[in-house]
Design a protein around this ligand. Sequence first.
Ligand code: HEC
Ligand code: HEC
Length: 200
Amino acid sequence: MKFSIFVASLCLLCSFNLYAQKSPEELSSTCLGCHGVVSYNNIYPTYKVPKLGNQHKDYIISALKAYRSGERSHATMKAHAANLSDSDINKIAEYFSSFKSSKNTIASEDLQMIDEANSCVGCHGVDGNSIVPTFPRIAGQYEDYLYQALKSYKNGERNNAIMTGIASTLNDDQMKKLSKYFASQQGMQNIDQGRVASKK
Ligand code: HEC
Ligand code: HEC
């Protein structure tokens, strides 16, 4: 009797332990159904699911916490973030941010900076590879996602003390130009299933 209780509690302990020890790959497997597919679309409105590879860890953490709390609204992302603990979020962020770009910055002589970007570079860097880890890397991100993000800050669907103010000063044409400019730089990476397998 005593022995079976002992065995039962041991099993409970180890299953709990297994759950707590989920690897980043296991935690991220459902995410890859969207984020691991190159040029996968969000529907209504249509824009590409953002790239996460090589994003700053701190920014991924803050984005996931914002979806989890409802501060940032997106039904699917809220559902996915809802069950993540702080420790899960930390592991996922570490994992996605580890997909480094072979070329993080563009040689300055190759950079054709556009005037519109002058007000962005202080935070996001001249080519969109921000140095401060809480400012997202936007270099090489999908153009239509960047445009969607700027529009959402402007129309209030997405809120951020800094970006709401900045986007309110931009017209549609400027948002399009800026999205194109930052998207054409090197930085963000796709996390395709093949690379995930080879990274193990
Ligand atoms: C059904 C598709 C889908 C799945 C599954 C999914 N995501 Fe997302 N994710 C999206 C879309 C679409 C967005 C952009 C939403 C928006 O506009 O705010 C997004 C945004 C994000 C962002 C913010 C990116 C940025 O640049 O601000 C992070 C971080 C993220 N997802 C992580 C995850 C993680 C971690 C998981 C798994 C636990 C996951 N996602 C599962 C579709 C998905
Ligand atoms: C004072 C610093 C600052 C400046 C200047 C700034 N940004 Fe940002 N930007 C941020 C921060 C912080 C965030 C993350 C906000 C959030 O969590 O929603 C952000 C988010 C973004 C995003 C969303 C990225 C994503 O992955 O979802 C885009 C796009 C963006 N900025 C573009 C721009 C552009 C274009 C400019 C210039 C017109 C600009 N930013 C100027 C700090 C700045």
